[in-house]
Write a protein that binds this ligand. Structure first.
Ligand code: XMP
Length: 510
């Protein structure tokens, strides 16, 4: 399999670059510049290297650099934004701050005839975002594109197969970005397009079947996309030697736990152990109202239940985790601020010993995980399930949690989801749910005055969940959901719709 190395210098689009390469069916691996040495690169038979953007200026002392020899090892390089400046700097050119201010936004790009721009018109739109520019070309380089404001929008040293673009071909605002990647990957690096999900499945099944023969393997199944796909893949490889433990903490949405059991035990015949731990979790959460404490309790209790179950099963050789590629990169970076402590069901129990941990999806992006899930036969609803927080409904019942409050929330949430689906809006919003607020309101039902709960409905539109807009749901949908919730759930007196974007809000209320 041909591979491209995406050498990450701290840019915000590094994952997007890897995605663009993989969309062309070539495997791209992201490594932080400090994580891989020149020797390792030489030994790893990469067909090409992409230097990513980054927030720094190359001439700052603290800015990320690399051994200049990387330009001489015979592997083609494409530098993007900071990556291009770094390339020029390493090759002994000059980089200077823009005379005016930063250039940010769409620009008209004019390209010269060059292999990097094959099949492109002379003029097209590109996306710029930079403060520095290459002011003096290194020896052996020429300028191959300009914009109105940037005299040096792309460079190349044809002989050494070094290319640089000041703009961002990976963002969709750059009209012909995909063509640039296509040219670099296939024309310049001469990669074969052989990264296909079918091959990934077959190779993984083959590999784990051999490696885990006769081993007892355990997996924590949450019903989320990642652990479900990991379970299906491992089941295909080792069948009943895989024991899936599903801890039912009672904080899933209405009927969800039964659906998980039905899908995995009955439809796919997985070796599934459903542990009913509802009462335990409720007891631990009694009188707890602080959101972070709730998360902590749930995370810890989950691990306790998992450990106890493992002990009952006996010696476990291998633990499978549904870690996916963005998780690996995120944890590797370690510099993103923790806004909420995200509890993921994969949290590692430290009291059970395993010979080994296996993470079969660790090289896949989310949509690749989904594609794998579909190919393995998982139902659409499960594979395209909207994100659901690890602590479940505990962070959607504001304040203290009781069985009653959970029941009310589950009903309201089910009604809202049903209406979204009846209005065919499920593909127009990325996450939607109900929240049981801790405030009461007065209302009239029939002729009687009631004093009941306020339910908040939330629906957001987002690409990455880092920022989000509230979804403009049709008024008719909101009206119907509100009427049904108030009429069908006697404890609810009022329904409100949350119109807060993120930032300043977060998606969840707690
Ligand atoms: P926030 O509320 O941080 O949510 O804007 C962003 C996305 O993350 C999900 N979320 C969580 N997921 N454990 C999780 O596994 C958590 O504790 C948690 N909190 C929020 C949220 O549903 C949204 O998709």
């Amino acid at each position: 399999m041909d591979k491209i190395l995406v050498l990450d210098f701290g840019g915000q689009y590094d994952q997007l670059i890897a995605r663009r390469v993989r969309e062309l069916h070539v495997y791209a691996q992201i490594k932080r510049y400090s994580e891989i040495t020149l020797e390792e690169i030489k030994d790893s038979d990469y067909k090409g290297i992409i230097f990513t953007g980054g927030p720094n200026s190359v001439y700052e002392e603290s800015s990320p650099h690399y051994d200049p020899e990387i330009l001489n090892i015979g592997v083609p390089v494409l530098g993007i934004c900071y990556g291009m400046q770094l390339m020029a700097y390493l090759a002994k050119g000059k980089v200077s701050p823009n005379k005016g201010s930063s250039e940010y936004g769409k620009s008209e790009l004019t390209v010269k005839e060059n292999i990097l721009f094959e099949q492109m018109p002379e003029n097209s739109i590109c996306w710029m975002s930079h403060t520095d520019y290459v002011s003096e070309l290194p020896v052996g380089f020429e300028t191959i594109a300009v914009t109105n404001t940037c005299e040096c929008a792309a460079i190349c040293d044809e002989k050494r197969k070094l290319y640089g673009v000041q703009f961002h071909p990976e963002v969709t605002h750059t009209e012909r970005g995909k063509q640039i990647f296509t040219n670099f990957i296939f024309r310049i690096c001469k990669c074969k397009a052989d990264w296909l999900m079918d091959d990934f499945i077959n190779e993984s099944v083959e590999k784990y079947r051999k490696e885990l023969e006769g081993k007892k393997v355990m997996l924590a199944l949450s019903g989320g996309v990642d652990s479900s796909v990991a379970a299906m893949l491992m089941h295909k490889a080792i069948g009943k030697n895989l024991i899936c433990v599903f801890v039912d903490h009672g904080l899933l949405r209405k009927d969800e736990a039964d659906l998980i059991e039905k899908t995995f035990r009955h439809d796919f015949d997985l070796n599934l152990l459903r542990v009913d731990a509802k009462d335990r979790f409720l007891k631990k959460l009694e009188n707890v109202s602080d959101p972070e404490t709730k998360r902590k309790i749930i995370g810890e209790e989950f691990i306790r239940v998992f450990e106890e179950t493992a002990r009952e099963i006996g010696k476990i050789d291998v633990l499978v985790q549904g870690t996916i590629y963005p998780d690996v990169i995120e944890s590797g970076k370690g510099d993103s601020a923790v806004i909420k402590s995200h509890h993921n069901v994969g949290g590692l129990p430290d009291k059970i010993s395993f010979e080994r941990i296996v993470e079969p999806l660790k090289d896949l992006f989310k949509d690749e995980v989904r594609e794998t899930g579909v190919k393995l036969g998982l139902p659409y609803e499960l594979v395209y399930r909207q994100p659901f927080p690890g602590p479940g409904l505990a962070v959607r019942v504001l304040g203290c949690i009781t069985e009653d409050k959970l029941r009310i929330l589950k009903e309201a949430d089910a009604i809202f989801r049903q209406e979204i689906s009846d209005f065919n809006m499920q593909n127009q919003t990325n996450q939607y749910f109900a929240v049981l607020t801790d405030s009461r309101a007065v209302g009239v039902k029939g002729d009687a005055r009631v004093y009941g709960y306020t339910i908040a409905l939330r629906a957001v539109t987002t690409d990455d969940f880092m920022t989000a807009e509230w979804t403009r749901l049709p008024y008719e949908l909101l009206e119907k959901a509100s009427n049904r919730i108030c009429n069908e759930i006697k404890e609810v007196a009022r329904v409100v719709y949350d119109i807060t974007s993120k930032p300043p809000g977060t998606v969840e209320w707690e």
